[in-house]
Design a protein around this ligand. Sequence first.
Ligand SMILES: *[C@@H]1O[C@H](CO)[C@@H](O)[C@H](O)[C@H]1NC(C)=O
Length: 208
Amino acid sequence: MKTVSSIILIWMVTSTASYERGEEESCDEVKFVTREQWKARPPVRTTPMALPVSHIIIMHTCFGACDNTPLCKRNVKTIQDYHMDDKGWWDIAYSFLIGGDGRVYVGVGFHNVGEHTINYNDISIGVAFLGNFDYMIPTVEMLNATKELINCGIKNGYITPSAEIHGQRDATCTNSPGNNLYAEIKKWDNFIGGRLPLYHCCADHKKG
Ligand SMILES: *[C@@H]1O[C@H](CO)[C@@H](O)[C@H](O)[C@H]1NC(C)=O
């Protein structure tokens, strides 16, 4: 009997995953690529996010730079496989990913807690640019897509209008989002640089 109820519980947790809610349908300005479109695996589990969030953390993936949609889709899927199979996480780590094609790839989305920034996962949306922005320059399209994504989140009540924008390096010991991308987000309204109160350094987050 215990086993049966555990199985039912697991089924309930996984089947209430809210990817079907479709943040991708709620904003015309954002060119979303849905999980279905990039052929995401279902999450092992999900944790619902308490919305609206008050922080947005910008990061880069280092690997997986792409300039066209078929390649971006493949790279996002490879990142999900890496996070689930090698890192042992429940899903792809990021809330959203920004492709060099100017599209927004739905990771765990607005409605679920990601696995990107220790101490900030349950209070922030993690937006990851595909590529290494110590070397690459973020395009106008990528920056625009990110701003429109944030506007979309605010419009739908998922992000507070006054939400603070940070680079991942402000929260943990990493060079992410890379010097070139960090230089761009510094110019944005609501950007707050410098070490965050819950800054945490751990071996697992040193890379990037
Ligand atoms: C993004 O680009 C579109 C099309 O060029 C433009 O209309 C819009 O104002 C831009 N959004 C932002 C936030 O800059």
